[in-house]
Design a protein around this ligand. Structure first.
Ligand SMILES: Cc1ncc(C[n+]2csc(CCOP(=O)(O)OP(=O)(O)O)c2C)c(N)n1
Ligand SMILES: [Mg+2]
Length: 645
């Protein structure tokens, strides 16, 4: 048997030293999980540090991301080139890849950004699902596994339940969740707030549950081994001691999130028999760590015959551009009034058979119109399929999609109502932070949904989404704009997209005006004269309203340019000359109409020039709700006339 204790102490002291030097960080978790991680990396994890992005590697996810030094230590010790000792010494410093919480850096071995607790578990479910699909499609001999570490906090978060429930339903047997059951969180003992029977909880959602001692190497090995023959997802519930080895801080919340301090470090060294100066790893131990992945070289070499065939998302853009030429041709003369969610469905019929994609909906398939014609439904017998019934699990869905998107094997989109974007926000933000590209289809995008009332009528959600850096909000007004938005969203590889669609029918108005190839997020859709007095910006269902307003204003000799802005996010990225020219008007007056909160639009004009809604909607037929909030051609045009007189 290897000397796992000394190998694990390498992780412990790198973590202790890095946190001490940074004067901040979380030593307790790496000290507590070091033994489990050592056994996993030495004997089970299939990876190759010389090729971090090897497509058939197992994935390692640190859901309890505060213990980031555990991950950085493992990557340094096993020999990932980018994870140098200098990086470890620069823990938590500007410009280092050793950020406070792990930040997505696949070529350094950091598979996903974690920190907000519970996300990583759900990301792991997405990765496991994508890898099951890959295995099924390519008939692989071995399904790559996903090992997720989590703590008490991750399991207290509601999102974990959504994810484990779906994972159990789909029987994702390549998923191994390793629970750091140390009974400590920041406030102290978990007895203060957590008395779940975690084993029963997992068993009830169809998981294989194994219990062990997280400091007994033989026992740890045994559990990992037993998990290999399971046909269900696996929970390895390990009793551990946070801050293991520290005489005064182990098993206490005081080791969770602050440096041990010089005195306690000396005592810990004594306790664990560690004699090295800070950041020094004895060469024999480092050598053993560096050798640890060599056992995978045979699998790595053999996998070449498969990896050559796995294209993932490489060279997809040319295919997408060609596909959209066909879609555009098909619909260029389309005239029937139609809800944009229906238009989106029509586009999806083409996409699904031409793009490697996972679609889905959180139990609103018929309302979100997210299921393309030929899409088969993913279940434990059919991982080749494309459509995921996520059930009513919006937050889990968004985080699972981040896991799928992080693999770069598939594009992924989902559906729910726009007002429930609130349920998904934490994961949407993380997608943007990671520069990954999930696409959310958000239907029922305004008070225009009518009778379901204010709980379902989004008001501030459009702008909430627009405020997420590195993300794209789309809100098309008709069929052709929907095509443009889908095309742009699919071509974006480094940011999430949110496509917001109407429940209600809308007229076809953009056919003659939109330039799908050169789509810049906004364009003039209607000009009552080339010499416009004013400009009105509108999006989605309010574009046709804006045109009605313009027609009324013409009766009063006011000439209007209506700018349809299906994507303010994309428009913002354009050159000032284009933006200024598009918005210019003789009276230098810009107005905005959007059935949502007004605040975002202040950057284009004065508050008085914005027609929106800054209170909750109302339960009534759509037309009456639009009336109630003054979003009618008559009210808006008369207000505009007063403003410019
Ligand atoms: C969503 C979210 N809420 C709160 C936090 C702040 N936080 C970080 S660690 C932690 C305690 C977690 O306890 P546990 O997972 O048991 O970690 P341990 O102390 O055992 O390392 C909290 C509340 C967070 N990172 N994410
Ligand atoms: Mg804990």
């Amino acid at each position: 048997m290897k000397n796992y204790t000394n190998l694990a102490n390498c992780i412990r002291f790198l973590s202790i030293d890095a946190v001490e030097k940074a004067k901040s960080g979380h030593p307790g978790m790496p000290m507590g999980m070091a033994d489990i991680a050592t056994v996993l990396f030495h004997d089970f994890l299939t990876h190759n540090p010389a090729d971090p992005e090897w497509v058939l590697r197992d994935r390692f996810v640190l859901s309890n991301g505060h213990g980031s030094m555990l991950l950085y230590s493992l990557l340094y010790l096993t020999g990932y080139k980018k994870m140098t000792l200098q990086q470890i010494k620069n823990f938590r410093q500007l410009g280092s890849i050793t950020a406070g919480h792990p930040e997505f850096e696949p070529d350094a071995g950091i598979e996903i950004t974690t920190g907000p607790l519970g996300q990583g578990i759900s990301n792991g479910v997405g990765m496991a699902l994508a890898l099951k699909k890959l295995t099924a499609e390519h008939n692989l001999k071995r399904t790559p596994k996903v090992f997720v570490f989590c703590g008490d906090g991750c399991l207290m978060e509601g999102i974990s339940q959504e994810a484990i429930s779906l994972a159990g339903h789909l029987k994702l047997d390549n998923l191994v969740l390793v629970y750091d059951n140390n009974k400590i969180s920041i406030d102290g003992s978990t007895d203060l707030s957590f008395s779940d029977n975690t084993n029963l909880r997992f068993k009830s959602v169809n998981w294989n549950v194994l219990n062990g001692d997280g400091h007994n190497h033989k026992n740890i090995k045994d559990l990992f081994k037993r998990s290999q023959s399971s046909n269900k997802p696996n929970l390895l519930n390990f009793k551990t001691i946070i801050g293991f080895g520290s005489p005064n801080k182990s098993a206490k919340a005081s080791s969770h999130g602050s440096p041990l301090g010089a005195d306690e470090i000396s005592l810990t060294k004594k306790e664990l028999g560690w004699k090295e100066p800070p950041f020094q790893i004895p060469s024999t131990l480092l050598k053993e760590w560096r050798q640890s992945s060599k056992r995978n070289l045979k699998i790595y070499a053999e996998s070449k015959k498969y990896t050559k065939k796995i294209k993932g998302l490489k060279n997809l853009s040319t295919q997408i551009i060609k596909l959209f030429d066909d879609i555009t041709k098909e619909f260029k003369d389309f005239k029937t009034p139609q809800a944009t969610r229906k238009s989106s469905e029509a586009v999806l019929h083409f996409i699904n058979s031409n793009v490697p994609i996972f679609g889905g909906s959180a139990d609103l398939t018929g309302s979100n119109n997210t299921k393309g014609k030929q899409m088969e439904i993913v279940n434990h017998k059919n991982f080749k399929a494309q459509y995921i019934h996520y059930g009513v699990r919006e937050h889990g869905m968004a985080a699972i999609m981040n896991g799928i998107a992080s693999t770069k094997l598939y594009k992924t989109y989902s559906g729910t109502f726009l007002s429930f974007a609130d349920y998904m926000k934490p994961s949407l933000r993380l997608a943007a932070l990671m520069n990954i590209d999930p696409i959310q289809v958000f239907t029922h995008d305004s008070i225009g949904l009518g009778e379901d009332g204010p709980t379902h009528q989004p008001i501030e959600q459009l702008n909430m989404l627009r405020l997420i850096p590195n993300s794209y909000v789309f809100r098309p007004c008709d069929m052709m704009e929907t095509i443009a938005c889908w095309k742009t969203a699919l071509l974006i590889n480094e940011a999430p997209s949110f496509i917001c669609l109407s429940r209600q029918n809308l007229p076809q108005i953009s056919n003659k005006k939109i330039n799908i190839d050169g789509f810049k997020g906004a364009y003039a859709i209607f000009e009552s004269s080339k010499n416009n007095h004013i400009t009105i910006i509108a999006s989605g269902s309010e574009v046709s309203l804006a045109i009605e307003v313009a027609n009324r204003l013409k009766e009063f000799k006011v000439e209007t340019k209506v700018v349809s802005m299906p994507s303010s996010s994309l428009f913002d990225k354009q050159q000032n000359s284009f933006k200024n020219k598009l918005l210019q008007s003789k009276l230098n007056q810009t107005f905005v109409i959007e059935a949502g909160s007004t605040m975002y639009w202040n950057k284009f004009t004065n508050q008085e020039n914005i027609f929106g809604i800054d209170e909750f909607g109302a339960s009534a037929p759509a037309k009456e709700v639009f009336n109630k909030f003054g979003l009618t051609p008559k009210r808006i045009s008369s207000t505009i006339l007063k403003r410019i007189k």
